[in-house]
Design a protein around this ligand. Structure first.
Ligand SMILES: [Zn+2]
Length: 53
């Protein structure tokens, strides 16, 4: 989990990998480790804009 500033409104965007991703990583181990190569997503708490880090 991390924090970034929103590219649209420069508000605080929180995000990272969801619990679902971590669950799949564990269930599909070791193939699931490939999911960690996907970039984490962030969502702005101010305007709701979603973006990749
Ligand atoms: Zn925003």
């Amino acid at each position: 989990m991390g924090q970034l500033s929103c590219p649209k409104c420069s508000g605080t965007a929180k995000g990272g990998r969801s619990c679902l991703i971590w669950l799949l990583v564990i269930l599909l181990f070791p193939i699931g480790l490939a999911l960690l190569l996907l970039p984490p997503k962030y969502r702005c708490s101010k305007c709701g804009h979603t973006f990749k880090a």
